[in-house]
Design a binder for this molecule. Structure first.
Ligand code: SAH
Length: 399
């Protein structure tokens, strides 16, 4: 058994059950990639069992804070079973859902999404990589799904010194699938799509958008960073007359058009633009265009706090342009999936964008990730997705 001894005073975060040990906190000790190590304080007190990552600045990810716990196949199976059982009780209105959400489910570095009877997994750290076969068997057994596809092609694997891997890990089948979310049909491709194929985390917010579409009778919605048109379908299902979707990915837009057709909406109700959102917003402002609903769901602009300042300016800029394009009484659904931007900062950014645009905005609702992407108090990094529904009041402040 290998022992990792921490520097004096570096035991605090593990004592608070935060699952990461950074390289700078370690006084001595090491291990092989993914090997289970015993982490001790400078005084030799047991702190956690964890998986060692020789190449990563997150050098150890904790498996358990219980000294008596053995990190073996039974432990992994029980942890996965607990995560899967939780989803079964959440009443998720979809056959697509996240079954395992990494650190927040006690399985650092593992993401597992389910689309119908197909599982898609991402192994993003050495610990879960080392136990991949045990995890794959347990997932198949616990879910009864016949197939599991691996999408370990995230950039974070590079930081762990792991190569990119994709392909069937168990069983095989089509990679083009259709999921049913809130009764809508949404096509995706688990091999080609972003993440594991779809942005499951925005499920609840898509429903909220559909409800506003119904209540406020959207005439023209602008869906920025539309990906495969989840919000587009949601708004059309709510009765929106027309939705313009913008994304810089041509395959995503093709899938979006397919998704509009799959749900039986007339093609005349949707326009797709393969374009840069920043440039498009400016162009629309210059043309004097107006929309009574706008979705802004950009990619992660600030992966960590270090990027927060630059990202804040970028968020503010797109939100300012969006406020200018909103017609009086219109609503903005604005999001940030950056871990480096907290809820309060995001709120401030949006408020100050509104002020700059001369808009009197009323926040109608706060939004967050869906319940199958849980957060835990000891792991604040798990909270990444936040959103606001802001209405532009009829009377502008000025300008
Ligand atoms: N709202 C979507 C998810 C959006 S993910 C959903 O509910 O499914 C972010 C999207 O932004 C990706 O599809 C990516 O292709 C797109 N994107 C990234 N940078 C862009 C840019 N500068 N202009 C337009 N689209 C961009």
């Amino acid at each position: 058994m290998k022992i990792i001894r921490l520097k004096p005073g570096k035991d605090r975060s593990l004592l608070r059950r935060h699952p990461w040990v950074f390289d700078g906190a370690i006084a001595k000790g090491g291990g092989d990639a993914g090997e289970t190590v015993r982490v001790e304080s400078a005084e030799g007190q047991f702190l956690a069992w964890g998986a060692f990552s020789p190449a990563s600045s997150i050098r150890v990810r904790a498996w358990s804070f219980d000294e008596a716990q053995r990190i073996d196949a039974d432990f992994l199976r029980a942890t996965l079973a607990r995560a899967i059982a939780l989803r079964g009780r959440l009443g998720i209105e979809s056959d697509g859902m996240r079954l395992v959400h990494g650190e927040s489910d006690g399985v650092p570095g593992l993401i597992v999404d389910r689309y119908g009877d197909t599982l898609v997994a991402q192994f993003t750290a050495c610990g879960v990589e080392r136990h991949k076969q045990v995890i794959a068997d347990a997932l198949i057994e616990l879910t009864g799904c016949p197939r599991l596809y691996e999408r370990s092609d995230t950039s974070s694997r590079k930081l762990e010194g792991l190569p990119e891997v994709t392909g069937w890990l168990r069983g095989s089948g089509p990679t083009a699938l259709v999921l049913r979310e809130h009764g809508w049909q949404l096509g995706l491709d688990i091999a080609q799509g972003h993440k594991t194929g779809f942005y499951l985390d925005q499920r609840d917010s898509r429903l909220v958008c559909s409800q506003y579409s119904r209540r406020l009778n959207f005439e023209h919605m602008l869906n920025c960073y539309s990906y495969t048109g989840g919000f587009t379908v949601a708004a059309l299902a709510g009765g929106a007359r027309h939705v313009t979707s913008i994304d810089s990915s041509a395959p995503a837009l093709q899938q979006a058009a397919t998704n509009v057709a799959l749900n039986g909406f007339d093609a005349s109700r949707a326009t797709f633009m393969d374009a840069d959102v920043n440039a498009s917003l400016r162009k629309f402002v210059a043309e004097g265009r107006q929309f009574d609903a706008i979705v802004l769901d950009p990619p992660k602009l600030a992966p960590t706090v270090a990027h927060a300042e630059r990202a804040a300016r970028a968020y503010k800029d797109i939100n300012r342009q969006a406020f200018k394009l909103l017609s009086p009484g219109g609503v903005l659904f604005t999001f940030s999936c950056s871990g480096g931007i907290g809820v309060e900062l995001f709120h401030k950014i949006v408020a100050s964008a509104g002020l700059d645009a001369g808009v009197d905005g009323a926040i109608l609702q706060r939004l967050g990730g869906a319940s199958d992407h849980p957060m835990t108090v000891n792991f604040p990094e798990g909270e990444y997705l936040k959103g606001l529904v802001v209405m532009k009041r009829q009377q502008d402040v000025q300008g």
